[in-house]
Design a protein around this ligand. Structure first.
Ligand code: GDP
Ligand code: MG
Length: 443
């Protein structure tokens, strides 16, 4: 998915590559094209206009118009504005302090409600919860059967009842959950092909009777602006707390993802990425923005980094970092590993569009690595383990021994210390996507 939008955005941004000062007219033309690209990706008209205005405000400043690397600066701005548009941070699902937590899933027929009920149940079951699925489609026996199949697949119970009253159903389902110690109730409501008054009335009553902690609207992302219109209707008629976008694995044009939050004011909380019950993810605005720009999925990149570095070595390093005993001997090991496999360059080649976007690639200078290695090899084991004892006379000896200069020895020690500090910080918190972007020289 995104193919079209990603390509258009990359083309638009590339225009600033290697460019000098940008004129106001050029920027204005560029912004117009940006707006057209968004509209072609089926982004809501108002959202596209607002987004472009936001970017205009940041671009039409001397800082950007006269930036030495306008390509990089513009990419950064578009990325940041995309993250903002998508909602900045993942929005967690509300869990009740007094169980059971109740989630009501709403949406048109075919949007993926029943499937998503199963996915959410599977996700929480893995976390040790005891979910109950509730079939609240009062009209279609087939819908109930489908939920029963999904329940059997996940291994959770399904509550069904023949009634015409949403109130009785809600009451009975909640009682059933309480007496059977279910701490999560997932209600699969009725859908229609289109929103109509009768459906809205039934869902409103169901919601009132259930008092759910989340009213989640399930939207088929591949339907673009239609999905956004449906979202507006549900938000106005019933009130929702969040959105679940399904079928992001299909060739959605991007319009629904980019518009739904701005139009409804409600966050996207989860995304469906396939038909399998494990194809559900928490929605990460920053990752989505990176994907839209073709920067690749930074989190999966991180997983690859971890798999490229020899595992045993990595674990040993981690321990040392955590203990704060990372020293020059470890750095030597790392330098050698980097020289052997060039993991970062190799990694970057995995990312479609990464080099295309011209984010400065990490240059691993073979010669420099060798000199660094030589410097460390000229140190005594004690100096390697405890670099703080390296004074002026030791530095001169090391420089002579390695055929380098005292400046180079100083530089290596400085780099090592900076590295040690960064590692200490990073060992406390897992890398954020922003850290990674910085680490890889992207932003
Ligand atoms: P409901 O009518 O809202 O309950 O929708 P269903 O759960 O029955 O889903 C309708 C169709 O969409 C089914 O064929 C599902 O397998 C499919 N589906 C649901 N979610 C996803 C998704 O995230 N990706 C893909 N590719 N298909 C999905
Ligand atoms: Mg269904």
């Amino acid at each position: 998915m995104w193919q079209g939008l990603t390509e258009r955005l990359q083309n638009l941004l590339s225009r600033w590559r290697g460019r000098g000062r940008i004129s106001e007219e050029e920027a204005e033309n560029w912004l117009r094209e940006l707006r057209i690209s968004l509209l072609e990706a089926d982004v809501n008209l108002r959202v596209a206009r607002q987004f472009v205005n936001q970017i205009r405000e940041r671009v039409m400043t001397p800082e950007v118009m006269e930036h030495p690397n306008p390509f990089r600066r513009m990419t950064q701005i578009v990325y940041e504005e995309l993250v903002k548009l998508l909602g900045e941070k993942p929005e967690p699902l509300q869990i009740a302090s007094q169980p059971p937590t109740v989630f009501l899933l709403l949406g048109l027929q075919g949007s993926g409600k029943t499937t998503t009920c199963g996915k959410i149940a599977a996700m929480f079951k893995k976390q040790g919860k005891r979910p109950l699925l509730v079939a609240a489609d009062l009209k279609r026996p087939a819908a109930i059967e489908q939920l029963e199949q999904v329940g059997a697949q996940v291994g959770v119970s399904v509550f069904t009842m023949r009634t015409n009253s949403p109130e009785s159903l809600a009451q009975a389902a909640l009682n059933h959950a309480k007496t059977n110690a279910h701490d999560l109730v997932l209600v699969d409501s009725a859908g229609r092909l289109h929103t109509d008054d009768e459906l809205m009335d039934e869902l409103r009553r169901l919601k009132f009777a259930l008092r759910p902690h989340e009213s989640l609207l399930v939207l088929d992302a591949s339907t673009g602006q239609d999905a956004v219109r449906v979202a507006e209707t549900f938000e106005n008629e019933i009130g929702i707390t969040g959105v679940i976008l399904t079928k992001l694995d299909s060739d959605a044009r991007g319009g629904a993802v980019l518009s739904v939050r701005a139009v409804t004011g409600k966050p996207v909380k989860l995304v469906g990425l396939g038909e399998h019950l494990s194809d559900l993810d928490v929605f990460h605005p920053d990752r989505m923005a990176a994907r839209i720009l073709g920067l690749g999925d930074v989190a999966s990149l991180m997983e690859r980094v971890e798999s490229v570095v020899d595992e045993a070595t990595a674990r040993k390093m981690e321990e040392r970092i955590a203990k704060g005993t990372f020293n020059l001997e470890d750095l030597l090991t790392q330098l050698r590993q980097m020289r052997q496999s060039g993991p970062l360059e190799q990694l970057l080649s995995f990312l479609p569009g990464f080099s295309g976007l011209g984010a400065p690639r990490l240059q691993i200078d073979e010669r420099k690595l060798k000199r660094m290695e030589a410097i460390i090899l000229s140190m005594t084991p004690e100096e390697r383990r405890n670099p703080d004892i390296i004074d002026g006379s030791r530095k001169r000896r090391i420089a002579r021994g390695s055929g380098t200069t005292v400046q180079e020895v100083n530089q290596l020690l400085r780099q090592f210390k900076a590295m040690r500090d960064t590692m200490k910080r990073l060992s406390k918190a897992r890398l954020s996507d922003k850290d990674l972007m910085r680490l890889f020289g992207g932003f």
